[in-house]
Design a protein around this ligand. Structure first.
Ligand code: HAM
Length: 466
């Protein structure tokens, strides 16, 4: 009887494995995240991957794409309504209240690094599980807060070697002036609704500000003549924005004003910004959703807070896009929405898969993975046992060692040692195991000497230094 066909398991759509060869880059990024956060006084916070759904409906916003289309929500066996976190800001604000952080000296500066989940159409650079580094600066009303967040992101990207990143900035006003802008926008769009895409017809009804986010060609054309936020800011918001820009000028940070940048999350007030990799990424023509396996790459049409931006469509099909690496802004209303009292705050998040994409397209040099310096080869049962113990002695002396205990032939073990690229091989046969010695072989020259096992660490340390 024919065997039933075995099911082939693959990563769920929109998720990806991070393979051993990619780990050095991830480690480098995490090291940079840790050092940059610490230098600017941000402390790490880890919040659960699941939260009450209401935290996001109230915090991120009931009408946002994230909440209406992208959240993974479910009812637990106990009857709780939970969601996989689509972003980190509401969780951090929840933690701020839950742990009484308003009692600490303000501002409280927190950062996080981890997975987030959005049920989006996967494309290059857009995943359903992706990693973010996020920064939240809570309890500071001055524009220095958002300027500091921008500065931290810039330093991080610069230190990683991603030159030429550029920030787009805007102010979307406050509770006083935004209604005026919103009604100016509604007035402008009212006679043009027919020409908008299906989603924008709905946006017009629910939240006209979101019309500015759409990347559909026909909506972009209509947007060209739309009123701009700058012209509708109240005096407080104008002066806040001016001060923010002065801080950026002070450190020579590259930015450009984008009067249509509104971001796709409801909690922002006043300053909003996004950061782009300045290089252009040529992608393959995208027919429909393409499953992404392996290569975490660029973006697509804008559905949430930030995605990539299409800048031109060259002949031959492929699109040239700019890569949105991260975004953020001031969010003075979020605390009140979920915690019942007003606390000013600003923050941002960077998409790590996108940073990696920018790194790869920029053809930056990948960090070399740490390789062991010594290979331990053995011949015979007793030697194998002794070698097994020797590994511990070398580990305690901080000498990294590779082995292949599953193999018995010295020839095949030395072949592997050669491939591993170690400087030295230690060889233990029956004789060496009995008389407490080991053969130290320099791989480049093939020179060998016999060393007493108790002198091995000392001898190796001297040789490895040369
Ligand atoms: P966001 O713009 O939604 O903001 O996401 C920030 C960054 O996360 C994006 O610029 C992008 O690099 C990355 N990202 C978002 N969705 C995906 C995806 N599906 N696949 C890959 N990368 C993605 C926020 O999340 C806000 N919480 C930022 C913030 C913090 N605002 C204030 N504080």
């Amino acid at each position: 009887m024919a065997k039933p066909k075995q099911k082939e398991f693959r990563t769920p759509r929109g998720t990806h494995d991070i393979l051993p060869e990619e780990q050095p880059l991830w480690e480098k990024i995490q090291k940079e995240v840790k050092e940059t956060s610490a230098f600017y006084g941000f402390e790490r916070i880890d919040t659960p991957h699941i939260e009450q759904t209401e935290l996001f409906t109230l915090g991120t916003g009931e009408t946002t794409d994230i909440v209406t289309k992208q959240m993974y929500s479910f009812r637990t066996r106990g009857g709780d309504q939970l969601s996989l976190r689509p972003e980190g800001t509401p969780s951090v604000m929840r933690a701020y209240f839950e742990h009484g952080m308003w009692n600490l000296p303000q501002p409280v500066k927190l950062y996080y690094f981890g997975s987030f989940f959005r049920h989006e159409a996967p494309q290059r650079g857009r995943f359903r599980e992706f990693r973010q580094w996020g920064l939240e600066l809570i309890g500071e009303e001055g524009a220095v807060a958002e300027a500091e967040v921008v500065r931290v992101l810039y330093t991080f990207l610069d230190e990683l070697g991603l030159k030429g990143v550029v920030f787009e900035v805007n102010s979307i006003g406050c509770a006083t002036c935004r209604p005026h802008y919103r009604s100016a926008l509604s007035n402008y769009y009212r006679s043009r609704v027919k020409g908008l895409c299906k989603d924008c017809k709905e946006r017009f009804r629910q939240n006209p500000l979101r019309l500015l986010d759409c990347k559909e060609e026909k909506c972009l054309v209509i947007r060209q003549g739309a009123p701009q936020t700058f012209d509708h800011l109240c005096e407080h918001c104008k002066s806040h924005f001016r001060v923010f820009l002065e801080f950026l000028d002070e450190v020579g940070l590259p930015y450009s004003l984008n009067p249509f940048l509104v971001r796709g999350l409801d909690y922002y007030t006043r300053t909003v910004f996004e950061v782009f990799a300045n290089e252009e990424v040529k992608t393959e023509p995208v027919k429909e959703e393409i499953p992404i396996e392996g290569d975490p790459v660029a973006n697509g049409d804008d559905k949430s807070g930030s995605e990539g931006k299409t800048t031109q469509v060259p002949q031959g099909g492929g699109e040239v896009r700019r890569l949105a690496l991260g975004g953020g802004g001031r969010y003075d209303n979020l605390a009140e929405l979920i915690g019942g009292r007003q606390i000013p705050a600003a923050g941002a998040a960077i998409g790590i898969e996108r940073v990696i994409l920018a790194w790869k397209t920029g053809r930056l040099k990948l960090p070399e993975p740490q390789r062991p310096k010594v290979f331990l080869a053995q011949l015979g049962d007793l030697a194998k046992k002794k070698s097994f113990g020797l590994v511990e002695i070398l580990r305690k002396a901080n000498i990294s060692v590779a082995e292949s205990f599953g193999r018995d032939s010295i020839k095949s073990q030395l072949k592997i040692a050669d491939k591993t690229g170690v400087e030295f091989a230690l060889i233990l046969g029956q004789k060496e195991a009995l008389d407490g010695t080991a053969i130290l072989r320099e791989m480049s020259s093939g020179n060998q000497e016999t060393v007493p096992q108790e002198k091995l660490v000392e001898t190796l340390k001297k040789r490895l230094k040369r």
